[in-house]
Design a protein around this ligand. Sequence first.
Ligand SMILES: Cc1cc2nc3c(=O)[nH]c(=O)nc-3n(C[C@H](O)[C@H](O)[C@H](O)COP(=O)(O)OP(=O)(O)OC[C@H]3O[C@@H](n4cnc5c(N)ncnc54)[C@H](O)[C@@H]3O)c2cc1C
Length: 334
Amino acid sequence: MPNEIRDITIVGGGPTGLFAAFYAGMRGSSCRIIDSLPELGGQLTALYPEKYIFDVGGYAKVLAKDLVKNQVEQALQFHPDVILDEQVQEVVRKDDHFEMRCVHGTYLTRSIVISGGKGAFEPMPLKCPGYEEFMHKGVEYAVKDPEAFRHKNVVVVGGGDTALDFVLMLKGVARTMALVHRRDGWRAHAASVHQLERAAAVGEVDLRTFHEVREIHGADRVETVTIFDNRTDEDVSLDCDCVLSCLGFKPDLGAIKAWGLEVEKNRIKVDQLMATNIPGVFAAGDVVDYLGKLDLIATGYAEAAIAVNNAVHYVDPSARVNPGHSTNMKVFKE
Ligand SMILES: Cc1cc2nc3c(=O)[nH]c(=O)nc-3n(C[C@H](O)[C@H](O)[C@H](O)COP(=O)(O)OP(=O)(O)OC[C@H]3O[C@@H](n4cnc5c(N)ncnc54)[C@H](O)[C@@H]3O)c2cc1C
């Protein structure tokens, strides 16, 4: 019901937004989640569904996709509206509510919680011929299902955590695994670098430091890739079915930047209440900035709880900010 006014609209259905939706439901607020992706789960669904997460409370380890599944179940018990494949473009304040103008429709809401992460996903492109042409025909930037790489010749490009994580995850699945990186320093956890060096030493990974991709070739799909040594300009051709480009994501909040929010380096400034400079607009998760901010799922949960409880109080000043303990709440006994 696009035009039915909701108490809280959550922009972004990643782990933070899903927890915010749960919290809104628990507080008895009507709620809607809007996400530009076709599925809920944010980075966990889009980038690393098959990776284990070890630092979320309550789980010794949990697959990212399973955490999303459980969070979706937790959030949907209160029946929020879920609007997918929809990007919020413009927000206009009316008397006692906001009008959220999206690509496909307009939604009304009394308050907003922005949990848009790093913004709509825009991978940093590999600047070489063949990258655009073979996108999703052998060129990928995320691993949705490791089985899609089984028995393939895979070339990973990058030197950060994501590149190393994908190399270590796929090295036993792919037929061959090469890692191409333009220097010999890594922006990754020491433990991953150590594992990579061990894998390279026993021949599980063809490590190509000081190399860059010159061109990706193929007919309908990727078949080979030419890389070059950036010290000598010498070319090497690698058999390749899949180029996994892990150069990071362009942090771009897109249209959100034009809403009049205080934004610095693509992050929204918030106070201790997770309130932005616009009354009624709160923010949480990777999208926010404050002294001591950590980009973790666990911190996103805490920020979501603070943002939603304050949004509840904003919408109805007679409602307490402090929710009390869920163990005693009537809503779970019904
Ligand atoms: C490879 C990898 C491994 C990681 N491992 C861990 C780990 O082990 N532990 C940990 O705590 N963290 C980990 N992280 C970080 C963690 O994934 C993030 O901190 C978390 O996803 C942030 O959640 P979020 O909901 O704030 O944002 P996101 O997950 O980024 O979700 C934001 C959502 O907002 C949507 N959106 C953005 N702009 C708009 C718009 N205008 N309109 C509509 N929708 C919009 C996006 O489509 C997206 O779905 C990892 C990250 C990566 C990349």
